[in-house]
Design a protein around this ligand. Structure first.
Ligand SMILES: C[S@@+](CC[C@H](N)C(=O)[O-])C[C@H]1O[C@@H](n2cnc3c(N)ncnc32)[C@H](O)[C@@H]1O
Length: 265
């Protein structure tokens, strides 16, 4: 939530690259979102919390020379990185520094808008959803990927310690239940044609996932006294042991929520 205030803001750029497998501009990563959004050439599209701008670049190739993709991010570090990476897309992309809770755009400006890996960390995600609706034209479409932190699965030998660690991780996240809440918020805000697609990612390799997220989960649970240091160490060692034998399995589920701004809104 405060990339620029960190002692090493570039750490988050590296983290984003790790999370996107070093291929943030690869359209394959966003195909489900773009298919759901059904963007056509010439449209004006908004990426909320665009980070390093990989999805913006990937989409720019689809909207063509007359369309435009705008990435909005509250972090100057991210906006500068996104601009540097998009040097070849100057005609069709734009990156704007701003807070998604009060978007610096007029009403009815975009044909479509999406947000990926952002809603779980927002101070007021419902308000950001209403901002997305505001800046869409009547009939415009939105897609939000909302993670649900209580929907992780980890095949550990210790079910009880796993539950304690993962429930703690969910509660420590700013909006650990945002995925399951998004469909209701869409309806409450008067959006129509609300569709929900649960998407599960499966992981079969421990070390990279440990560095990306599991280390934080287990260290935070130990620091909070939710598990003892011994339980934490044993939990990690058990997963490593399974990984060494090629038996590690873990999954993470998020909800891809799509909706349309009614033409009467
Ligand atoms: C986990 S990254 C996701 C980046 C990108 N959407 C992706 O999927 O690769 C979250 C991004 O949301 C941005 N962000 C956080 N709070 C925001 C806010 N209130 N307004 C705009 N952007 C925000 C962060 O700066 C960061 O770049």
């Amino acid at each position: 939530m405060s990339v620029d205030g960190d002692a090493d803001p570039r750490h988050y750029v590296r983290l984003m690259d790790l999370a996107r497998g070093g291929r943030d501009g690869d359209p394959a990563q966003y195909r489900g979102v773009f298919d759901t959004l059904a963007v056509v050439e010439g449209e004006h599209v908004l990426d909320v919390g665009c980070g390093t701008g990989g999805a913006v670049r990937a989409l720019a190739a689809m909207v063509g020379g007359v369309g435009r993709v705008v990435g909005l991010d509250v972090s100057r570090t991210m906006v500068e990185e996104a601009r540097a990476r998009a040097a070849n897309f100057a005609a069709t992309v734009e990156f704007v520094l701003g807070d998604a809770h009060a978007m610096p755009f007029p009403d009815d400006m975009f044909d479509a808008a999406y947000a990926l890996r952002v809603f779980e960390i927002l101070g007021d995600p419902r308000r950001v959803l209403s901002e997305m609706a505001r800046v869409l034209r009547p009939g415009g479409r939105l897609v939000v990927n909302g993670i649900d932190m209580d929907a992780w699965t980890i095949d550990s030998p210790d079910r009880e310690v796993t539950r304690r660690i993962m429930h703690h991780a969910c509660d420590a996240e700013t909006n650990g239940w945002v995925g399951r809440r998004l469909p209701r918020w869409c309806k409450e805000l008067g959006l129509t044609d609300v569709r929900v697609t649960p998407v599960a990612n499966a992981f079969h390799e421990f070390e990279s996932l440990y560095e990306l997220v599991l280390r934080t989960f287990v260290e935070s649970a130990a620091a909070a006294g939710v598990v003892t240091a011994d339980e934490a160490a044993r939990w990690v060692e058990d997963l490593r042991e399974r990984d060494r034998r090629g038996l590690f399995f873990c999954s993470q589920t998020f909800f891809r929520v799509a909706a349309t701004k009614s033409s009467r809104q």
